[in-house]
Ligand binder design. Sequence first.
Ligand code: PBG
Length: 338
Amino acid sequence: MGYFPILRPRRLRLTKNIRDIVAETKLSVDDFILPLFVREGISEPEPIPSMPGQHRYPVDKIVNAVQEALELGVKAFILFGVVPEVHKDHSGKYAYDPKGPVPKAVKLIRKELGWEPIIFTDVCICGYTSHGHCGIPIEKRGRKLIDNDSTLKVIAKMAVTHAEAGADFVAPSGMMDGMVKAIREALDDEGYTEVGIMSYAVKYASGFYGPFREAASSAPRFGDRRSYQMDPRNALEALKEAGLDVEEGADILMVKPALAYLDVIRLVKEAFPQYPLAAYNVSGEYSMVKAAAEKGWIDEKLVVFEILTAIKRAGADLILSYHALDVAKWLKEGYNPF
Ligand code: PBG
């Protein structure tokens, strides 16, 4: 008797313009934080072989890199220091030396470009320790452990050094317990109450960090990071880690890596909707796309847009990505593959 028409979702997909006005998720240049490597002891930008299109910058060339990105609309940057072996030791003391590459680079950026660029600094000692771990190894009851609490003292000093240099946000990535609390207290004690913390709250022990460790010469020289970074088999544990960092005073939370952890991004966003959530589209995710594109197996632009849109759709408000500059260019050109 009644009239039962076929229900037609396809109406909303008929033309590109219709798809555009009903799209739930749209990438914007405001979504991105561009990672930059600053290396001591080089005079020209140095290509990173495992990350095509990425470079390590000498301290005095970082301003150019930031300036170019600003012109394309990229506003936020995260700096990683790369130092020669002579500056590495057991406890990573050079990490809090104001003469290190990151503090120097931040000071130069502030001097030349003021406070327009938003500067995040990675706070972890793995690039500054002779053993490559994110914490200080000790012998305890006949075995080697990564000591949590002595490491907190070093990263708290590192955060203060970065704040003094002019960082907007420090970003602890070492997965030590209590790192956000230790850093918040140290920053406040020194009067840097306006400096924020973006915590790598949910960071997995991942195979996708390979190219980064080559870029930053920060691979562990013995063992692995599984006693501090999270087990990829766990999702609910992300709620514990994120919850602790919220209690300790994190301003922005992060899930890392992104692509194999979209479920975790969604889970954390739903549990803490009032906190900006960042996702780190890490080096291995970038390099896989680059490698397949070089072989002509995928359409790079299309795949990059699909991946980054998916990370945002999952719940990320911010995306740390090596693709950020390319995407900024493509967006400016009006590229939209959907
Ligand atoms: C340092 C750190 C790492 C990354 C960011 N900060 C490496 C690691 O934990 O081994 C990885 C970033 C990437 O792969 O792009 N703790």
